[in-house]
Design a protein around this ligand. Structure first.
Ligand code: UGC
Ligand code: NI
Length: 164
């Protein structure tokens, strides 16, 4: 009997609970923490743990090509010196891929699809797929570490995983 592990990764809806071991989910679920601006705005306050060993936080804009599913996942990466936050600038869902660390290498990846208005913040050192829009224009604000060195470890799989 073929005991090969399936290399197909299903895409699940993103939830804070399922993502908690990998990072933070930012959204406007529930009541805002503060009502500001003369009652015209709800502030959902301090939603992500920004964590940098050195350097500083920076905000960059990404314009990324949308991908189609099923996706051949060839690699994941991690940033040992800083967290990384993807904030979509459109209401379109995007794909979030993470993997547990197993002795310094990624284990079986997990894939999530965001709901409109959800953003994610990868904890420092979390294995993740690169920014992966599913719809144009693929515009994101990214909050991550600005500092010396590459702050990047890549892992290329011997055999790609199929996501979706
Ligand atoms: N390289 C870069 O700025 N972005 C990646 O870290 C990514 O996760 O998309
Ligand atoms: Ni990254």
């Amino acid at each position: 009997m073929d005991r090969r592990v399936s290399r197909r990764i299903a895409v699940a809806p993103l939830t804070a609970e399922a993502f908690a071991r990998f990072g933070d989910v930012l959204d406007t679920e529930g009541e805002p923490d503060r009502i500001i601006n003369q009652g015209l705005c709800g502030r959902f306050h301090d939603l992500a743990a920004l964590d940098f060993t050195d350097g500083r936080a920076g905000i960059s804009l990404f314009r990324a090509e949308p991908r189609m599913l099923p996706l051949a996942l060839e690699m994941v990466e991690r940033h040992p010196d800083g967290s990384q936050c993807f904030v979509p600038m459109s209401p379109d869902p995007f794909l979030v891929i993470v993997a547990p660390d197993e002795g310094g290498a990624p284990g079986r990846p997990l894939a999530f699809r965001t709901a409109p208005g959800q953003a994610v913040n990868f904890h420092r050192g979390t294995w993740h797929g690169v920014l992966t829009p599913l719809h144009p224009p693929g515009l994101f604000a990214v909050v991550d570490r600005i500092g010396e060195g590459a702050n990047l470890q890549e892992h290329w799989f011997d055999e790609a995983w199929t996501v979706g």
